[in-house]
Ligand binder design. Structure first.
Ligand SMILES: Nc1ncnc2c1ncn2[C@@H]1O[C@H](COP(=O)(O)OP(=O)(O)O)[C@@H](O)[C@H]1O
Ligand SMILES: [Mg+2]
Length: 373
């Protein structure tokens, strides 16, 4: 492992096992799963499922890089971050963080990794009736860190003015900043951020993303930033890793990935339908180089397509939509965004005919009588 490498992951595989008791309708959400497992054993019927959340993931992160981990829900982002944080173990493969093996040396990982909680997890950290500063100081004390770190974290997150306000008074945006402040008290070579800004308004998000970039450039920390929101990644990441069904389908700079759609333009079309959505979509798709997105909602069709000749596509679309008695609500030509690239990558992946085990990627299912240990 070179000195500049903060993360090295090699062929990481993570399989989750779960048991389903057959002939039973387990109530969920009551923490009764263990009980049902025992009952299921007594009754003698169960099904074991193995879900492969990560399927041979390899990549590297060097010092000071902000790397986006992109992928739709269920693609394995959280699992990957949890492995690097030492919260869960890989089934196979290996990974090192700042030279520490995530399996053999996982108890040392908290020294080099900071897991920044998303908004939802902030509530686990704070006492809302106490002030911002009180909460941060308590966190510093618990972690055995100097209290000066609290002042710095408050300044970096622009929360200094709110230091003496009670946490329950804070707006959502400030709460998200507080979540980051907890992460900043403890400076680390690696920050893992798992969708840290869900629920934060776009204006606040821009500022927070700026803060993340500063963390990398001034402190030389590396950041792995998991999100399914492409615009976030576009603003902050110098490189993105795209996960699909537990596999890395792309690992490059946003600019290089954009070459995927080089020379193409994106066209967004919205149609109020008076004929079948499928026919309209099919005809439009035929004239495009690649269809990136098709959505039908009630009588509205939304389609995004990549094309080398937007003039021809626009002219055809206007004609075709009106010829069918439909109404054209919206049409726009624009440069492709990272989202377009990402959709193109996913559609290519699906078209490549690889066996897709979606949505749960159940790799094997064992059925049988439970043997008593
Ligand atoms: N503790 C678990 N037990 C069983 N399956 C899990 C568990 N955690 C995640 N999974 C499954 O693994 C896959 C990847 O999940 P996750 O890493 O949370 O993806 P993401 O963060 O990209 O949404 C999903 O199919 C999910 O249902
Ligand atoms: Mg997740």
């Amino acid at each position: 492992m070179g000195r500049e490498e903060v993360v090295v992951a090699e062929r990481l595989v993570k399989e989750y096992e779960s048991y389903e008791i057959k002939g039973f309708v387990p109530m969920t959400g009551f923490g009764l799963y263990a009980l049902f497992t025992v009952l299921g054993e007594k009754l003698g019927k169960y099904e074991r499922r193995v879900v492969r959340a990560l399927d041979g993931v390899s990549f590297k992160v060097t010092r000071g890089e902000v790397v986006g981990v992109l992928g739709p829900n269920g693609s394995g982002k959280t699992t990957l971050l949890k492995i690097l944080a030492g919260i869960t173990m890989p089934t196979r493969g290996r990974a090192e963080v700042a030279g520490l093996d995530v399996v053999r040396e996982h108890e040392k990982l908290p020294r080099v990794v900071t897991y920044v909680p998303g908004l939802a997890a902030v509530n686990l950290f704070v006492r809302p009736e106490m002030t911002v500063e009180w909460n941060l100081k308590r966190f510093a004390d618990l972690a055995g860190l100097p209290r000066e770190a609290v002042r710095e974290a408050l300044e970096l997150t622009e929360l200094a003015e709110d230091a003496h306000r009670r946490v329950y008074e804070l707006s959502t945006g400030k709460l998200a900043r507080l979540a980051i402040a907890f992460g900043l008290i403890k400076q680390s070579p690696l920050y893992l951020m798992d969708e840290p800004f869900s629920g934060v308004s776009p204006e606040v998000k821009v500022k927070l993303l700026e803060l993340i970039r500063k963390l990398a450039s001034e402190q030389g920390s590396s950041i792995l930033y998991a999100t399914h929101i492409l615009s976030e990644a576009e603003q902050v990441c110098s490189r993105v890793i795209v996960l699909h069904e537990g596999r890395v389908i792309a690992d490059d700079t946003p600019r290089n990935l954009a070459k995927e759609l080089e020379l193409m333009e994106s066209v967004d079309i919205e149609v109020k339908l008076f004929e079948g959505a499928e026919r309209v979509a099919r005809d439009l798709a035929e004239r495009a180089d690649r269809v990136l997105k098709v959505e039908v909602e009630g009588d509205t069709l939304r389609l995004t397509a990549a094309t080398r000749s937007s003039r021809d596509l626009v002219r055809y679309a206007v004609e075709r939509v009106h010829a069918g008695g439909n109404k054209l609500l919206y049409i726009r030509v624009r440069e492709p965004t990272l989202e377009d690239v990402y959709l193109a990558l996913l559609s290519k992946q699906e078209a490549s005919g690889e066996k897709v085990l979606a949505p749960l990627r159940v790799c094997y299912v064992f059925t049988g009588e439970v043997s008593r240990r």
